[in-house]
Structures are given as structure tokens and as C-alpha cells.
Ligand binder design. Structure first.
Ligand SMILES: Nc1ncnc2c1ncn2[C@@H]1O[C@H](COP(=O)(O)OP(=O)(O)O)[C@@H](O)[C@H]1O
Ligand SMILES: [Mg+2]
Length: 485
């Protein structure tokens, strides 16, 4: 019921005031009673003393009329409730009571004091007794009325004081405290932007100002911490990414190095016998031309010569491709040759899964500018990814096209797949991300490709809009390339 501070204080003050009031009124009442008792006694004595003077003569004369008149006169006094005039034979000569009382009822009424006043003649003969019924009820009633009035006034006054106090406490103490409390509570939910804008009186105002200052500081350091945190998070992710890229680059380089060594060894081993086969097939062809050998062998021997030339070419390309061309100079190179060589290297894998390959140059470009080997690695990577993705499909094809827009040469690598799931799209450019089984995928292809294209100042991205699975490479057209067009 008394939950708020102001109502509790008000109730306390109210209780104190009321108790004080009651104590005060009791003391006052007792004093008043004492005073009126004395007053009552005094007036009884005065009346008692005066009574013989009034009744002496009429009693002597037995003048009933005068006795009646005197009695009536005395009864006008409110303290006198009844008078009995008793003669010497103890018989009642005359009696009169106010307010319809009688002697019996008055005997049993509280606050009644009875005085028997003997009336004696001057010759010392007794004339009779006047019995007077005094009542102090009037005094009591008066006292009570006074006290009641005082209590009423005092209580009204206390109520007024308490209401005023409640109002003051509520407005100047409780409301500010509630606002302060709310503000403090809101900081629990880390709402440090909260401020107290109201003007509070005295110390409360100071508390509010201090609170605002404290919040200002907390917010400042919170913001600082937040930005430091963000910075740190950014730095960590940036650094992790860099490290991943470096690791990927390293692995790629060492992979290429061992592949390079391996293919150099193999090509050396193959090239020698191949040179012998090639040389001998040429000799045989010469024999056919000079008529030493029958013409029917010309077809097969030409084929052997052509095939050995093709093998030589593949080996040469393999050696080139299996080399880390990162430090190669950028230069103009011919698109047709570039695509031919890529196709030659990718053919084995494409043919194995019976995947059709198509190249379309839809631009006026005949040359591209950049590091030929790394760029061919990018496209072979993409063709390999396509071949992995679609090998089990019914419809199997990979298309490479070159277009030109205002500022760049646009190379699109599209396969017959139906797009890459969004969950993979977001991660696939990260180094080491792969969905392929262990030993098959390294997760390096796309991230290395991205690095190579960035190194060319170009763009490399997955095209979400395309109907099939499509990656786009944009290489900027610079002054070198413009000259070639
Ligand atoms: N043409 C594509 N079709 C479907 N998924 C692809 C294609 N190209 C790349 N991906 C997905 O991207 C992942 C990462 O590719 P990549 O970086 O080349 O690493 P890896 O080929 O070793 O897995 C692949 O594992 C595959 O899930
Ligand atoms: Mg790959």
C-alpha cells in the first residue's frame, strides 16, 4: 500500500502528528476536567451556602408559594437537576426536578452530587432539610464539545499538512528519484545514451548532473572500445585472409615447382625418343617422295609425324604451364594461340568425360595484355572446375567467350551446370575452401585465380544472373591493348 517513499514518509508524519495530537488532547482534556471539577465544587459550595438564607423565612412561615418560586429560580441554574424541600417530619413539602427526572432516577445517575442542607431557625430550631441534586454533566459535555472541536480542527490541519507534505515529497523527491532510478536501470541494458534532462532541486540536481557526466564518460569509452574492437576484428580477419592467401600462394608455387620439375624430367625422357620417331618419320616420308618406299605408307607415316609434333607441343605447353609465371613480364599475346594451348591442355580431362568445348571471340580483339602463363592457369582452373562439376550430367559443355565492353576485355567461362548454391558462392573464393573429396580438391583454384586477376587490375567474379554456371574475368583495356586493336 505504501510502496513509494513519499507515501511512506507522509504516513509516518501523519502517524506522528496524530499521536502527538491525541496525547496533547488527552492532557488538555484532563486539565480541562480538573479545572471544571474545581469550578463545579466552588459553585456547589456557593449555592449550598446561599440556600439557607433563601429558604429560612419561607420554611418558618411554611409559605409554599415562595418556596416554589425560590426552587424554580434555583433550578434555572443548569448544574441543579432537582430540589427537595423536606420538613422536620421527613416528609417532602415540595420537590421539583428539571428535564422530567425524579429522585429515584437521579440517585442512580452518574455525575450527580447530592447535598443535604439543614435549614435552622435563628433560635437554633431545625426547620427542615433542602436536598439538592447537583450534576456536573454540563461541564463534561462542554469539555467534550471543546475537545471534539479541537480534535476536528487539529485533524483537519494534520491532514492538510500531510497532503502538502505528500505533494512536496512526490514532486521534489519521488519523481526525480523515479526518473533517476529508470535512468540507472536502463544502463543495465547497456543504453549508455540515456541522459536526465529535467531540472531537479538541490542534491538531486547534482546527482543528475553527475549521472549525466558519468554516462558521457561510459559512452565515450564504450565507443572507443567498440571501434577498437571493430578495428581489431577487421585487422584479425584481414591478417587471417592475408595469411591464408600467402599460404595458398606458397602451396600453389611449390605445387607448380614440383609439377614443373616433374614435367621437365618427363618431357626430357619423352622428347628424346620422340625426336627419334619424328626424325625417322621424316626420313621415311623423304623415302616415299624419292620413290624408295611405296606411297601407301604415306598416310600412316604423315599421321605419325603429325602426332609426334602434337605430343611435342603438349609437352612444351605443359612445361610452360607447370611453371610459376608470377614474376613474368606482362606483354601482349595472341588470343587464338592462347586459347589453343589452353584447349590442348584441358582436352584430356574434357575428352575423358565427353565434355564439348567451344570458344567464341565475339570481340574485335586479337590480343590480350598480361602474364600469359598465369592467365592460362586461371582459365584451365575454371575449365577443370567445370569438368568436375558437370561430369555426371547428361548435357555436358564448357564455353569460353571473349567480349569487349568500354573499358575491358570480358572473358566468360560458362558450363552446362545450373549454378552454384548461395551457401557455397559466399565461401568458394576463400583459400582452401573445397567441396571436393580429399586428394581431389585443394580449394586453391578460385582464390589463386582471384589473386592473379587482381594482380592484372581486373575483376573476377561468379555471375549470379546467368542461366548456367558462369564465371567472368574482366581485364582492363590499357594503352598496350588499345594499340593492338
Ligand atoms: N563450375 C563450377 N560448378 C560448380 N561448383 C564450382 C564450380 N567452380 C567452383 N565450384 C565450387 O567452388 C569450390 C572451390 O573451387 P576451387 O577454389 O577451384 O577449389 P577446388 O576445385 O580444389 O575445390 C569447389 O569445390 C566447388 O564446390
Ligand atoms: Mg578447382
Amino acid at each position: 500500500m505504501f510502496k513509494s517513499l513519499s507515501s511512506r514518509i507522509s504516513f509516518l508524519v501523519f502517524s506522528i502528528v496524530i499521536s502527538f495530537n491525541l496525547v496533547l488532547m488527552t492532557i488538555f482534556y484532563l486539565a480541562l476536567e480538573k479545572k471544571s471539577k474545581e469550578h463545579f465544587k466552588k459553585s456547589i459550595d456557593t449555592i449550598t451556602n446561599s440556600i439557607p438564607n433563601y429558604y429560612q423565612i419561607p420554611l418558618w412561615n411554611l409559605d409554599t408559594k415562595v418556596i416554589m418560586e425560590i426552587t424554580e429560580a434555583f433550578l434555572k441554574d443548569k448544574t441543579i437537576k432537582g430540589i427537595q424541600v423536606i420538613d422536620i417530619d421527613s416528609s417532602i413539602l415540595y420537590q421539583k426536578f428539571s428535564d422530567g427526572d425524579n429522585a429515584t432516577s437521579l440517585f442512580n445517575t452518574p455525575l450527580i452530587e447530592i447535598r443535604k442542607i439543614p435549614i435552622i431557625h435563628t433560635n437554633s430550631n431545625s426547620l427542615g432539610i433542602i436536598q439538592v441534586f447537583f450534576s456536573s454533566k454540563n461541564y463534561h459535555d462542554e469539555n467534550r464539545a471543546i475537545i471534539l472541536r479541537m480534535i476536528t480542527v487539529f485533524s483537519l490541519f494534520s491532514f492538510l499538512i500531510v497532503f502538502a507534505l505528500y505533494y512536496i515529497l512526490n514532486n521534489f523527491l519521488r519523481n526525480p528519484l523515479v526518473i533517476l532510478l529508470k535512468a540507472i536501470a536502463s544502463t543495465e541494458k547497456t543504453q549508455y545514451s540515456v541522459r536526465i534532462h529535467q531540472n531537479f532541486p538541490a542534491e538531486l540536481g547534482q546527482i543528475a548532473t553527475e549521472f549525466n557526466k558519468a554516462m558521457e564518460k561510459v559512452q565515450e569509452s564504450e565507443n572507443k572500445l567498440l571501434s577498437q574492437n571493430q578495428n581489431l576484428e577487421y585487422l584479425v580477419s584481414e591478417r587471417t585472409h592475408q595469411l591464408d592467401e600467402q599460404r595458398a600462394q606458397m602451396i600453389n608455387s611449390s605445387r607448380l615447382a614440383s609439377l614443373g620439375e616433374f614435367s621437365a624430367g618427363i618431357s626430357h625422357e619423352i622428347n628424346n625418343p620422340l625426336a627419334v620417331i619424328h626424325g625417322n618419320s621424316r626420313i621415311l616420308l623423304n623415302h616415299i617422295n624419292s620413290g624408295k618406299l611405296d606411297r601407301q605408307f604415306e598416310g600412316p607415316i604423315s599421321k605419325i609425324k603429325l602426332m609426334t609434333e602434337r605430343i611435342q607441343k603438349i609437352i612444351k605447353n605443359l612445361r610452360t604451364f607447370a611453371r610459376d609465371g608470377e614474376k613474368d613480364e606482362k606483354q601482349l599475346f595472341e588470343i587464338a594461340k592462347f586459347i589453343d594451348e589452353i584447349h590442348l591442355l584441358a582436352k584430356v580431362k574434357l575428352d575423358k568425360s565427353q565434355i564439348a568445348f567451344e570458344f567464341l571471340n565475339l570481340s574485335s580483339l586479337t590480343h590480350l595484355y598480361g602474364q600469359e602463363v598465369p592467365l592460362s592457369q586461371v582459365i584451365i582452373n575454371l575449365i577443370n572446375n567445370s569438368a568436375d562439376a558437370i561430369s555426371e550430367q547428361n548435357e555436358k559443355w564448357v564455353k569460353v567467350s571473349i567480349e569487349k565492353d568500354n573499358h575491358s576485355a570480358v572473358i566468360k567461362i560458362t558450363d552446362s551446370g545450373h549454378g552454384i548454391p548461395a551457401t557455397i558462392q559466399t565461401k568458394m573464393m576463400n583459400p582452401f575452401f573445397t567441396t571436393k573429396e580429399v586428394g581431389k580438391g585443394t580449394g586453391l583454384g578460385l582464390s589463386i585465380s582471384l589473386g592473379i586477376i587482381k594482380n592484372h587490375g581486373g575483376e573476377f567474379y561468379y555471375n549470379k544472373e546467368a542461366k548456367n554456371t558462369q564465371f567472368i574475368i574482366k581485364l582492363p583495356i590499357n594503352e598496350h591493348l588499345s594499340q593492338a586493336i
